[in-house]
Write a new protein. Sequence first.
Length: 303
Amino acid sequence: MSKTSSSRTSFAPASVLLIVVVFLSLALAIFLVQLRIDEAFGKYRNTEEILYIENGAVLKKVLLGYESLAADIYWLRTVQYFGGQRLYDPDKRFDLLEPLLEITTDLDPHLKIAYRYGAIFLSEPWPRGVGIPIKGIALADKAIRNNPDHWRFYLDKGFIYYWHLQDYQEAARVFLEGSEISGAPHWMAGTAARSATRAGDRETGRMLWQAMFDSAENEQVRANAKMHLQQISALDAIDELGLVVETFEQRTGHFPNGWDELVAAGLLRGIPVDPVGEPYVLNPREMKIEISESSFLAGLPTR
């Protein structure tokens, strides 16, 4: 056997052994972290609603160097908790979202996904989120304190002021502050100006959600931004359909009883659907056009 082939033969088992040792070490570390967390929970560790210790400093002492790994575990719990409440629980209680986010970001102050995801969903109106924008701003402020060079947190904070609190001047101030961070995109300063001068208009909202979508660093934030962009498109479509209905009323003297009347009149080619494929609802009783309650886009913003 040649020297080269002999070297390869001896190297392969050593490599496999090293991989196995690393894998087992990681598995043991995860087990130890989970064990310490469960021990800290005491008699409450099997209770579904008790998923956190309220004091992050105490938990750090318990974990003895496993803080980053524990933060990942808590982050997974946060996603599972929020997703489960949002999608499957008819009562949709989000009591634990804020403390889970606090614990996660205490354990790892640089876990950016937790700040961005958390700030948005603390601010989102119920039942899509907690519906308390001031808590979203508080989490964004914590993110900025711990990561002062990350411009995206200024985008998140300014966005909450703009979209959820309608405080357009404060939003403009935050966007402008973020635009001065090294690496911030050129459009941040323009966003500040637009927020101040075109407060509350739909096009500015679209621009901000598009910025959120484009700068998203995880799929949860990107999916939420996409949903809101689709909602704004639905509002535009409802406005256009309203003009069609007005034309019909001018011709016939009455509000249409259904889309079929508009199709028969040659004003529409077929029943219009929203951006996710659900038919719009023509409501003759209230004489307006609505999004279907069964649509993923239900709960349109007011602008």
